[in-house]
Design a protein around this ligand. Structure first.
Ligand code: NAD
Length: 431
């Protein structure tokens, strides 16, 4: 199939690379000319395990190319995917201006039948609006179908998830695009579910909100564990072995972040409000998430008392392991709160330091190249991201290098008993 993907970010680029890997011809379009130049020159603007090799291989095979021209992409393909941002507005609603702009750009240059596939996460009924927009602005007399194909990849595992999806959801009101969509996804050997457009759009918001709810649930249980002396990990194992519940997404932490869960949850609450339903359950999920971070920061201030002038080492800046993405990262949030209190930070992340430099202030933050050098002169260490390599931190050396041996572990990476036996004051979540 000849496929164009408009928006070459975490979703668009990985989707393009995976589609080309299974033999489709893919053009990735992005309005950011610098990004396109970088990609054309062999560079990769984001970190995702396995992505670089995939892009390199498929560019070399002539199946994957990059352009900043939407017209070129629309002309050369029959199926056009939209993978542009849908960021939150201040009131929690979704900013759909990127989607509308792409719809108009497609309408401007469409001269024959096209299948327009929305992969961005959008509120229910957006597909109808995209179709109306294209109809309004298209000068040529040509048919088109707008369909919804929400994306469920996890950053940090995006290639793996896209190559082995647990399901593919396709929302459409006509049968005409079905054959093409089946052809696109056939090589992935995944169950394909056909729904109406509204249901497909809702599936994405309902799925992400459910996962966020699971995280807030275990974080609330963690608070009860702390108050009662129970251990949240044992509780999570005990409830997670029930296959109606499942163990995944039951890791107590300092809360969820990233570019999807917080925004999709706010959006779903807002959409429900607009449709006349007060989704109080999801408002509580948001509240628990906010209070989880407050409780963690309180642990730090209760222990260290005055933060002004203290040196704190922070391990992790990305919003989770295996990614360089710092959008809505709880780790960045902690850094900002500690800096506001006057602390000086020594920070390290295996992949996200460059992106963190763009959002953290220059003053008060020292970026350290090696994980084991972070502890030097620190009054405390904070573990903010669950990178597995942080478990390999040499705690004996860290203790020697620190001014005071205190660890605040926001990801429960260490065993409390062994860390305390080494002479640390160790505060984690729900244990
Ligand atoms: P991103 O910010 O990484 O990438 C979006 C890209 O679109 C950017 O490179 C931007 O320059 C480009 N763009 C914006 N307007 C454009 C236009 N008019 N023409 C061409 N390019 C344009 O965003 P992302 O993380 O890939 O997310 C994209 C969508 O996918 C969002 O709706 C998001 O909610 C959804 N989603 C994201 C994830 C994830 O883990 N990141 C997972 C599932 C779904």
């Amino acid at each position: 199939m000849n496929i164009t993907i408009i928006g070459t970010g975490y979703v668009g680029l990985v989707t393009g690379a995976c589609f080309s890997e299974v033999g489709h011809n893919v053009i990735c379009v992005d309005c950011d000319e610098k990004k396109v130049e970088l990609l054309q020159g062999g560079g990769i603007p984001i970190y995702e395990p396995g992505l670089e090799e995939l892009v390199e291989r498929n560019v070399a095979a002539g199946r994957l190319s990059f352009t900043s021209s939407t017209a070129e992409g629309v002309e050369k393909s029959d199926v056009i995917f939209i993978a542009v941002p849908t960021p939150p507005l201040d009131d929690g609603a979704v900013d759909l201006s990127f989607i509308e702009r792409v719809a108009r750009e497609i309408a401007d240059c469409m001269t024959s039948y096209k299948i327009i596939v929305d992969k961005s996460t959008v509120p229910v009924k957006t597909g109808e609006k995209v179709a109306d927009t294209i109809k309004r602005y298209c000068q040529a007399d040509c048919d088109f179908d707008v369909i919804s194909n929400p994306e469920f990849l996890r950053e940090g595992f995006a290639v793996e998830d896209l190559m082995n999806p647990d399901r593919v959801v396709i929302g459409t009101t006509s049968d005409r695009p079905n054959e093409a969509m089946q052809k696109i996804y056939k090589p992935f050997n995944a169950p394909v579910i056909f729904t109406d457009i509204n249901s497909a759009e809702l599936i994405k918001h309902a799925a992400n909100s459910f996962l966020a709810m699971k995280i807030s649930y275990i974080n609330a249980v963690a608070a009860i564990c702390e108050a009662s002396g129970a251990n949240v990990e044992e509780v999570a194992n005990g409830i997670g072995m029930d296959d109606r519940i499942g163990r995944r997404f039951l890791n107590a932490s300092l809360g969820f972040g990233g570019s999807c869960f917080p925004k999709d949850l706010s959006a779903f609450i807002r959409i429900s409000d607009e449709l006349g339903y007060d989704f109080g359950l999801l408002k509580e999920v948001q509240k628990i998430n906010a209070s989880q971070m407050n409780r963690f920061v309180k642990k730090i201030t209760d222990t260290l008392w005055i933060l002004k002038g203290k040196t704190i080492g922070v391990l992790g800046l990305a919003f989770k392991q295996n990614t360089d993405d710092v959008r809505m990262s709880p780790a960045v949030d902690i850094c900002q709160r500690l800096l506001k209190e006057g602390a000086f930070l020594r920070v390290y992340d295996p992949k996200a330091m460059d992106k963190a430099k763009e959002v953290l202030p220059d003053d008060g933050v020292l970026y350290i190249d090696k994980m084991d050098d972070v502890s030097k002169g620190c009054d405390a260490l904070v573990i903010a991201t669950e990178w597995p390599q942080f478990k390999e931190l040499n705690l004996v050396k860290a203790k020697e290098a620190m001014t005071a041996p205190i660890i605040f572990d926001g990801r429960n990476l260490f065993d409390p008993v062994s860390v305390e036996q080494l002479g640390f004051t160790y505060k984690s979540i729900g244990r």
